[in-house]
Design a protein around this ligand. Structure first.
Ligand code: NDP
Length: 352
């Protein structure tokens, strides 16, 4: 069945528009499941979660094999592998610095990746697709916590606007293919993520991996203090990638609706407290200094996760434990040269 017609006729409920719909779909353990972006922070966590769930027909293709910006190549790959379930978790991703330096890549790559995969999934009649956006889709001044209906109600944060526009386009793609072709394509918007497999390159990483690396390097050099940007006052929310992966599988089974769904913990903390948590795990003896001449960003960014909670999902990983296990992973992988964004082998502390 091509052109978006659904294979699982018994579950097909037709064109769904602007409604939140819950289902309970058992995904067969031998279903062909494609994880686009499987080497990344999220993709590797999704693979781990699916493998732990007994799914044994997992499809992957590295960037070297398949450039997801290339529609013809993506079409060929889908024609050969015909995935039934698609986790669209690939993209060009990074923190404020990377967004400000490479805005063209952030908008072009993400627009293309979203469009090629969604289009190919429709063309080959995939049963279901989950697209991962980001909480940066919401207006800079959105009321806190940010509910799904805050989308497109005001101007975006200018520092990552090109990326955010591509992420919003991903939501609209899923909705448009649902409306025109009846495709069961859903969207999830996660908050800030962290965990094993993260990017630790200080020029493109997010705040939490950057802190882990900075404290680790300061400890290794025997520094007395670490200087961090801003005042430490802004509040942010963090979700472990394993929790996100679990939420993705949950939504794949339980949600079939037009509206995107926020995925987070619903809890935030000041960056200052986050820094103290990281410091206490990595190097409790270090002092923290704040460079208040550097920008703080928005005072608060917290997702309203009541829709996801109403569906029945809640996060499991406490931030303190998540940071500790991520740091253990970081130290282990450093020793074998497996940390993304860290070039040379570095001295590794003997105890953590
Ligand atoms: P990563 O950078 O860790 O992983 C991205 C993955 O996408 C990598 O596997 C990368 O391949 C792949 N990829 C990128 N470009 C291409 C391409 N042209 N062709 C094929 N593969 C490509 O990102 P995350 O796992 O952190 O992010 C995944 C998703 O989650 C993204 O959509 C992001 O917007 C979203 N998200 C992430 C957040 C975070 O804090 N990290 C927060 C909110 C949303 P390769 O390994 O070969 O480079």
């Amino acid at each position: 069945m091509g052109n978006g017609a659904r294979r699982d006729g018994d579950l097909y409920v037709g064109w769904r528009y602007n409604r939140q719909v819950t289902i309970s779909r058992e995904i067969p353990e031998d279903a062909r499941i494609y994880v686009a972006g499987h080497r990344g922070l999220v993709g590797s966590a999704v693979l781990r979660r699916l493998a732990a769930g007994g799914f044994r027909n997992l499809l992957t293709a590295g960037r070297d094999e398949l450039d997801l910006r290339d529609q013809a190549a993506v079409d060929r790959w889908f024609d050969v592998h015909r995935p039934e379930y698609v986790y669209l978790v690939a993209g060009t991703v990074g923190g404020i610095w990377a967004n400000s330096q490479r805005p063209a890549e952030f908008i072009y790559d993400n627009l293309m990746i979203h469009a090629t995969v969604v289009h190919a999934a429709w063309r080959t009649g995939a049963t279901k697709l989950l697209y991962l956006g980001s909480s940066c889709i919401y207006p800079r001044e959105a009321p806190q916590p940010m509910a799904e209906d805050a989308l497109l109600t005001g101007p975006l944060e200018p520092t990552n606007e090109p990326y955010a526009v591509a992420k919003i386009a991903g939501i609209k793609l899923c909705q448009a293919y649902r409306r025109q072709y009846g495709c069961d394509f859903i969207s999830a918007m996660p908050t800030n993520l962290y965990g094993p497999g993260d990017n630790f390159d200080l020029e493109s990483s997010h705040v939490l991996p950057a802190m882990i690396r900075k404290f680790h390097e300061a400890r290794t050099r025997g520094d007395r203090a670490v200087t961090l940007w801003g005042t430490g006052a802004p509040r942010r929310e963090f979700l472990h990638a394993d929790d996100l992966a679990d939420a993705c599988l949950f939504l794949m089974r339980e949600y079939e609706g037009d509206e995107h769904i926020n995925v987070g913990t619903g809890e935030d903390l000041p960056i200052r407290s986050l820094a103290e948590l990281v410091r206490d795990v990595v190097a409790p003896e270090l002092a923290i200094e704040w460079d208040a001449t550097k920008p703080d960003g928005s005072p608060r960014k917290l997702l309203d996760v009541s829709k996801l909670r109403d569906l029945g999902w809640r996060h499991q990983v406490d931030i303190g434990h998540g940071i500790a296990s991520t740091y253990r992973w970081f130290v282990r992988e450093l020793a074998s040269g497996g940390v993304r964004g860290v070039r040379a082998a570095e001295p590794v502390p003997t105890s953590i």
